[in-house]
Design a protein around this ligand. Structure first.
Ligand code: IPE
Ligand code: IPE
Ligand code: MG
Length: 260
């Protein structure tokens, strides 16, 4: 197989690789530290099969579990999953309530595996407005896993990128008002530390499934120099092989951060 200077095979050669070969390949190159995913396309997956949209969400939970395992197998440090946006509350009430119960159950059922994989769950988003049951469930799993030192799963739930910035600006404004900080001292570091992701490195790679070419209010500040990888594959059809493929393509890219 002809190798590019990076040591990675060209795109067409990647097509021929299955999941084990892709995994083996990505392990030979430096890994991204943080991968974020916009898990999109559950509704379309179900509609195309003549199922109600919630059937897609049920499948989507299975995919999320498979990708958590794949990320852990790979030895990733941070995996962010966009599970529910502040805008998703505008969906029909039955879809929202089914999604909430699916998520509540999934979080609860996932705890033993999070523990056995030494993985830590954290939540990005506004706690206010989250139904009490799901909030208790999330708090419990976050607390139980807080000393785990392996993969960090960041679940973006009731998350909005603009809300996150508003919350950060309010926190900084309060510090200015209290005389702790001068407006002209405010730096990227101050803003970064005021975000939900305060101590978490920016995503290196952002994956979006189901083909939409937009960021949908996700991690607006943090993705300034993130590499984007968008696939037409719908989230319920997405699997570890797609995930490793995305990482392999990321490894073949040159990041310039505005330089040459
Ligand atoms: C993503 O799938 C899951 C959530 C937003 C909760 P969608 O439900 O957005 O699926 P599509 O985009 O309608 O196909
Ligand atoms: C983004 O998907 C939100 C999540 C994946 C949770 P959406 O389906 O809500 O985004 P739009 O509506 O296509 O922009
Ligand atoms: Mg969608």
């Amino acid at each position: 197989m002809a190798l590019k200077p990076t040591g990675l095979p060209p795109q067409a050669a990647l097509d021929a690789l299955g999941e084990p070969e892709l995994l083996e390949l990505v392990r030979t190159q430096p890994l991204p530290e943080h991968v974020a995913i916009i898990m999109d396309g559950n509704g379309r997956w179900a509609t195309r099969r003549g199922f109600p949209r919630v059937a897609g969400h049920r499948e989507g939970v299975k995919t999320a579990r498979a990708i958590f395992r794949a990320a852990d197998t790979l030895g990733l440090r941070y995996l962010t999953l966009y599970a529910f946006s502040t805008e998703n509350w505008t969906r029909p009430e039955d879809e929202v309530s089914t999604l909430m119960s699916l998520l509540e159950r999934a979080i609860h059922e996932e705890l033993p595996e999070l523990m056995s994989r030494n993985a830590r769950l954290r939540v990005l988003g506004r706690p206010n407005g989250v139904p009490a049951g799901i909030r208790r469930g999330l708090d419990h799993v976050v607390r139980e896993t807080r000393n785990n030192t392996g993969l960090n799963i960041l679940m973006a739930f009731n998350y909005g990128g603009r809300d996150e910035l508003i919350d950060a600006f309010r926190a900084l404004a309060r510090r200015v008002q209290a005389g702790e900080l001068k407006p002209e001292e405010i730096s990227e570091e101050h803003i970064g530390r005021a975000l939900y992701t305060a101590d978490i490195p920016d995503p290196d790679l952002l994956i979006r499934t189901s083909g939409e070419m937009r960021v949908s209010n996700f991690l607006l500040w943090q993705i300034a120099y993130t590499e984007l990888w968008i696939t037409p594959t719908l989230w319920p059809d997405f699997g570890p092989a797609h995930f490793y493929r995305a990482v392999a393509e990321f490894q073949g890219r040159t990041r310039r951060f505005g330089g040459v």
